[in-house]
Design a protein around this ligand. Sequence first.
Ligand code: ADP
Ligand code: MG
Length: 300
Amino acid sequence: MLEISNLVKIYPGPVAALRDVTLEIPHGMFGLLGPNGSGKTTLMKILAGLLEPTSGRVVLDGTDVTEQPEAVWPRLGNLPQGFGFYPNLSGEAMLLHLLRLKGVAAPGGLRRLCDELLERVNLTAAAKQRTKEYSGGMRQRLGIAQAIAGNPDLLIVDEPTAGLDPEERQRFYNLLPGLATERTVLLSTHIVEDVASLCPRMAFVRKGRILAATSPAEAREALSGTIYAGAATPKEVGGLPPTATLIKSHFIEGQNLCRLHLKEVDPPTGFMLSEPTLEDAYMLAMRAAEALETRPGAAA
Ligand code: ADP
Ligand code: MG
């Protein structure tokens, strides 16, 4: 269990990257979903004991991360955003180098551990290939291999699917749930599908604040009976009553398809009740927060 209490991070500027974040993260997969700049990387660096918060506390299974980061490092695996490799080293040589740096215990020898880790992330066949020839998905899997070395209690992965094509993303998804059976895996992402596919628990984050800590199922259920889908011209969309929220509109085969959140209003002609999605819940949470922020007198 990871307990985050009243975490604040102000960068010089000043930039308020985290504004009073309180969150309990249980064992298993947990998704942190928010747009770019919402503070995900800042939060993960603090959780990993790599960045000092301005105030607040982080406790991992009873150990205070902010007071004793060195005590937590051996129990922690980290795949930072944009993790890079030496391009001319093979995947195997790179991993071996990272394992040495990390100083993980390997009773059967580092080479054997290296082989086991490559096997675990399905890179055995590419072990001798240079990392510069790796696809984005292979790089991320190599990143996971170094992160899980030493069998950490907490695995932090920051935006691991950014830039992966849909097929690579699916292959990456296959890897993660198996790693979350006996540890906490914290995944940050701006991609709703990552959380919908992988995370039984999650939080929406925006501008350094947690908007909701919930599960995808709960978030969808809360919208049951309020989401409508249909085609509408921009003019029709403009004429919606103020109690209706346009969640998204996009063109499909020349038709402007819209999703609407309606409360106690009849749907426009041609709109049908639709199953809520996690994306609906996410977009609505962001809209509601935005409305609060732009209220006169709201804090910037
Ligand atoms: P995310 O990972 O969700 O994109 P970040 O944690 O990287 O968000 O950034 C949160 C906010 O803090 C952004 O406004 C970003 O510009 C700012 N920020 C991040 N790192 C620094 C830094 N070292 N100095 C000043 N501002 C920073
Ligand atoms: Mg980030």
